[in-house]
Write a protein that binds this ligand. Structure first.
Ligand SMILES: [Zn+2]
Length: 409
């Protein structure tokens, strides 16, 4: 095989192709108008499994500078994030809190400091690390943050002035890291001897079970299972000491990780046995995935075409990165979906990458008198339905695209 591949976690060049989606524009490359060429830069997108360490990952990495040039997303724009931040900070304080001494908590990829603020209010002494300009915004709001990519270098810098933290939090970080080995090496180096690293990440079991292929996009580089995490941490003398689940991003794992020689026993044996039982970390276990995804595409386009032929107006809601993957993979344009509503004012007035569906405000979307709303950001399904019904008095029906296209009331 002439093409190059190097596993993000173990450097192996042996892989198995799970799903080839062809060439797709970058999910955040929204354009101003149809002459704007920002989205013409299509990049190959395919999911593979490393045959050495089982890590599911994107085969071809895109230049990092291209990916972050159009950053239109912030944690705090979603109201679901608020509840989650409250719950998580309460949970962390219950587990690791100590009123005698404020435990030191470092958050990796702290974004605009939205979660940091909750951890601080819960009682932790906090520090965030984030590569974006949001780190500076957080600092200005009194939430100590370092602007940098998290890895061994920044850890050395932190350790010049600080003790090792008792708690580290990394939400949705591992899967987005192009420097996975340096990231985990940095975590291992920074974490105190009996400290706990708390990870939140979308569970690749849900990717398979719910056919969430739209979560595959260029910025989302790896798709984790307890098995692949176990293999990854083992190489850095770390172990999984607790596994939990949370309804975020379509079903996420919350894993607690400690040093291999910690007094706390590892606790992932049952999950590893379960994943072995369902073949989650094997090539055979993913055998039908591409076929099922292809069927969903055909069924969704058929449903939208049928509604259009019957004279119905269909729009969508939630211009999330994942929805851009789906629209482009299915080649759904403004002829089938007239507009895409989104509350993020930074996206309104722009066109979706590749397929050029206009992004409008929720109010403008409703003013178009749609009969059906295709739910783009399905992980916020309940929130979207409730806002559209109660705030905008939408009387039509909703379409859930996954795991199979379905009209719901
Ligand atoms: Zn590997």
């Amino acid at each position: 095989m002439a093409d190059s591949f190097k596993c993000l976690a173990c450097n192996s060049n042996k892989y198995h192709m799970v799903l080839d989606m062809g060439e797709v524009p970058l999910a955040n490359a929204f354009v101003q108008n149809s002459e704007d060429t920002a989205d013409q830069n299509r990049e190959p997108l395919s999911l593979v499994m490393c045959l050495e360490c089982d890590l599911l990952q994107i085969k071809d990495e895109v230049d990092r500078t291209k990916l972050f040039s159009n950053y239109l997303w912030m944690t705090s724009t979603s109201s679901g994030a608020k509840t989650h931040a409250e719950n998580l900070s309460e949970h962390l304080w219950k587990r690791f809190g100590n009123n005698e001494k404020k435990p030191f908590l470092v958050e990796v990829a702290s974004n605009d400091g939205f979660f940091l603020e909750h951890y601080r209010d819960a009682g932790f002494d906090i520090l965030g690390v984030d590569p974006s300009n949001f780190a500076e915004e957080a600092n200005a709001r009194g939430l100590p943050s370092i602007r940098d990519f998290f890895g061994v270098d920044v850890v050395n810098k932190i350790l010049e002035t600080r003790e090792k933290p008792e708690v580290m939090v990394a939400r949705n970080v591992l899967g987005h890291s192009s420097e996975l080995q340096d990231l985990v090496a940095g975590m291992q180096k920074l974490l105190s001897a009996e400290g706990t690293l708390v990870l939140e990440l979308p569970y690749a079991y849900m990717l398979r079970a719910e056919l969430q292929y739209d979560t595959i996009f260029h910025e989302h580089l790896s798709y984790l299972t307890v098995g692949s995490l176990h293999n990854l941490f083992k190489r850095y003398q770390l172990k999984i000491t607790n596994v939990d689940f949370v309804h975020m991003n379509g079903g996420s794992l919350i894993c607690e990780v400690m040093h291999e020689n910690s007094k706390v026993a590892s606790n992932d044996q049952a999950m590893l046995a379960f994943e072995k039982f369902i073949g989650l970390n094997t090539v055979n276990g993913w055998e039908n995935f591409a076929k099922d995804v292809n069927k969903q595409r055909k069924d969704l386009v058929a449903l939208l075409t049928d509604l259009k032929n019957k004279g119905h107006k269909v729009v969508s809601y939630g211009a999330a990165a994942k929805f851009m993957t789906m629209l482009n993979y299915c080649d759904i344009g403004p002829d089938l979906v007239a507009a895409c509503g989104d509350a993020n004012t930074r996206k309104q007035g722009l066109l979706c990458p590749g397929v050029h569906i206009p992004v409008v405000s929720p109010k403008e979307l409703i003013d178009m008198s749609p009969d059906f709303i295709l739910i783009g950001a399905w992980n916020f399904k309940d929130e979207i339905i409730s806002v559209m019904r109660n705030k905008y008095n939408f009387k039509g029906e909703f379409i859930m695209p996954l795991p199979y296209p379905e009209i719901i009331d």
